[in-house]
Every structure is written in structure tokens, then in C-alpha cells.
Ligand binder design. Structure first.
Ligand SMILES: [Zn+2]
Length: 159
């Protein structure tokens, strides 16, 4: 009679690199809920308002409440977040131009509009910074659905 093989770690208690286990979820949020959470800077996985941020620009690797990692095993996650940031900033500029033109027609004050757009272009990336992370995580969760292990909180997402 041999002793049970205990060389394989118990996946029900730990699996990720740092040994953290995320809170399991039974119902995966739909697209609208994911986007709403992402656009309001909440964790798309659990909906917590703090998500993984410790400051406007500071963040931890995992949600402070559910411990779900925002990267989900994707080392290039920040590339998507940067793209989301650029899109949000450009949309802000476009909306500002459209509103300014619509409000001031027919005499459009070009210089003030250019100044306002310049301010948005400079401040937008900083203002949208945390939302670009949560929004991109929401998009990532929708496009790359979690498997059963990730839903159960036993592993990070896999590429
Ligand atoms: Zn969370």
C-alpha cells in the first residue's frame, strides 16, 4: 500500500502565482452589466467600487474585494487599457467639438474651442486612466470568457 501522492497542489485552495484565490461567482455578468461596471470604475468581476485601485494612478494586481486579477494571465493587458484610454479621450474631444459647434452656430469661436480641446487632450488620459483599466477588463471578460476553474476562483484566466 502506497501513501497518497501529495506532490500535486490542491487546486481548490491555491493555483495562481502568488497563491491568492479569488472569490467564486456562479452567475457571469452580462455584457451591459460588465460595461456598466467598467465605465463606473468598478471591478467587472464583483462590482466593488474600490476594484484594484489604491489611488487614482496606483493599483494592485488583484481586486481588493474578490481577489480576481485584472490581467487574467495576459501580460500585455496594459496595451488594451491604453487603447481604451485613447478611445475614451478621443470620444471626449469629439463630443466637446460637436457640443461647442452645435451651441455656437452660426458664429463658431474657433480659438476657444481649440483651447478647450487642447485641455481635454492633455487632461483626458489622466482623467480616464482608472476607467480605461476597468473598461478594458470588462471587454476582456466578455471576449475571453472565464472557464470553470476561473469561475470557481481556482485560477486566473488563460490565453
Ligand atoms: Zn472584484
Amino acid at each position: 500500500m502506497s501513501a497518497p501522492d501529495d506532490s500535486t497542489p490542491d487546486r481548490s485552495t491555491t493555483d495562481s502565482v502568488d497563491g491568492s484565490v479569488s472569490t467564486p461567482i456562479t452567475e457571469f455578468p452580462g455584457f451591459a452589466r460588465l460595461m456598466a461596471r467598467g465605465l463606473t470604475r468598478r471591478c467587472p468581476w464583483c462590482g466593488d467600487r474600490k476594484a484594484y485601485f489604491t489611488g487614482w494612478f496606483a493599483r494592485t494586481d488583484r481586486c481588493r474585494r474578490c481577489r480576481h486579477p485584472y490581467r487574467r494571465g495576459d501580460e500585455a493587458f496594459e496595451l488594451g487599457a491604453t487603447t481604451a484610454n485613447i478611445i475614451l479621450t478621443f470620444l471626449s474631444i469629439l463630443i466637446a467639438i460637436l457640443v461647442a459647434v452645435a451651441v455656437t452656430l452660426p458664429d463658431i469661436p474657433t480659438v476657444p474651442i481649440v483651447v478647450i480641446v487642447g485641455v481635454i487632450a492633455l487632461a483626458g488620459p489622466a482623467i480616464w486612466y482608472p476607467i480605461s483599466f476597468t473598461l478594458w477588463q470588462a471587454v476582456d471578460l466578455f471576449m475571453r470568457r472565464p472557464d470553470a476553474d476561473e469561475m470557481a476562483g481556482r485560477s486566473d484566466g488563460r490565453l
